[in-house]
Design a protein around this ligand. Structure first.
Ligand code: ADP
Ligand code: MG
Length: 339
């Protein structure tokens, strides 16, 4: 008698969900990415009790049609890629078709949605991955997704969540980064009925930077830009005199995707070396726009890690973009203003 069995479907989907949905902020990230991919102009995020009680994301994007609603919750169901070649040219934030299925597997979820062409909306309710009801309802154009009781059926995960305050601050941090990366979209974050963040989506960088880092920095921030063979680096960096005791002020977007990449971080810091005290860090919002066939975004299910085909070229351009801009500014006095 052998000892290998194939896992039951619901166990397998809980394991898969665990790779993407680690905590409330992962749900927020996936839902907001879907809202952005759907062409939304206004995105509202409402959180209760650190996201453990409920997470609502409301958008005015293209919505999900009645015909698609059940499919949207199937694993590997996506409207964003069709053929294998597509994964080498991804220009949407999502593409794996796993997020909705994963979130639904570990929560009580409801989606209320309507596309522009439909006369009436649809509401779909799912609990622990099982669709319980699909019916007609009044709805604005767009999507409202409500996720309640996250991890109610996976107590081991639930145990690993931090305090509401910690989970809230992770979510706030994420929304501010989305706002910086998408200045033409208005973001509103409401936590326990209080508005914590708002950006108007009017396309003004300084407005968003002022909201996130304060007016002093917004007034003094430096613009950088440098083209390289297959793309361009641009963004905003602090003068060396504005620095922080940690790296929370560093945000990188690669083709508009918020990424975490130590190589980019080190490159940024190397460009400030000797201009900034040790263990102090610059503030920077950097955009790398690169031919999307030269970057692999399919490194991890959370899609926050990327791999450049020619990493050296990108690092070189980033270093020089910053270094050249800073050199023109080191003529300023040496006093350090910490924020
Ligand atoms: P992916 O984003 O990788 O395609 P998801 O599981 O996140 O996979 O979403 C599945 C599909 O559901 C998407 O491809 C999209 O067609 C649809 N969808 C999800 N959220 C929204 C939304 N807010 N507005 C419109 N369509 C959505
Ligand atoms: Mg998605």
């Amino acid at each position: 008698m052998g000892k290998i069995n194939i896992l039951e479907q619901d166990i397998a989907s809980q394991i898969a969900a665990g790779e993407i949905i680690e905590r409330p902020v992962s749900v927020v990230k996936e839902l907001v990415e879907n809202s952005i991919d759907a062409g939304s102009k206004n995105i509202i995020v409402e959180i209760e009790k650190g996201g453990k009680k409920s997470i609502r994301v409301i958008d005015d994007g293209e919505g999900i049609s009645r015909d698609d609603i059940r499919l949207a919750f199937e694993r590997h169901a996506t409207s964003k890629i069709n053929v294998i070649e597509d994964i080498f040219h991804i220009n949407t934030l999502g593409f794996r078709g796993e997020a909705l299925a994963s979130i639904a597997a570990v929560s009580n979820l409801s989606v209320t949605t309507k596309t522009r062409n439909e006369p009436i909306g649809t509401i779909c309710k799912i609990s622990a991955g099982v669709i319980e009801d699909v019916s007609e309802t009044a709805s604005k154009n767009g999507c409202l997704i409500e996720v309640k009781n996250l991890f109610f059926n996976t107590p081991a995960r639930l145990k690993f969540l931090s305090s509401d305050t910690h989970e809230n601050s992770r979510i706030t941090d994420l929304i501010t980064r989305f706002a910086m990366g998408n200045i033409n979209i208005s973001f509103r974050l409401i936590i326990d009925k209080k508005e914590l963040f708002y950006s108007s989506g009017n396309g003004d960088y300084r407005e968003v930077i002022a909201k996130v880092y304060g007016m002093d920095l917004a007034k003094q921030i430096l613009y950088i830009e440098k083209a390289f063979d297959n793309g361009k680096i641009w963004g905003y960096i602090s003068k060396p005199s504005f620095n922080r005791g940690n790296r929370t002020g560093q945000t990188f977007f690669v083709n508009n995707r918020f990424v975490k990449d130590l190589g980019l971080t080190f490159c940024l810091e190397r460009a400030y070396k000797t201009m900034i005290p040790i263990r102090r860090f610059p503030i920077a919002i950097i955009f790398i726009d690169i031919d999307n066939s030269l970057v692999d975004v399919n490194v991890h299910p959370s899609k926050m890690e990327i791999k450049f085909q020619n990493e050296n070229q990108v690092h070189h351009a980033l270093f020089h973009a910053i270094n050249e801009t800073l050199k023109n500014h080191v003529l300023i006095p040496k006093e350090t203003l910490s924020i």
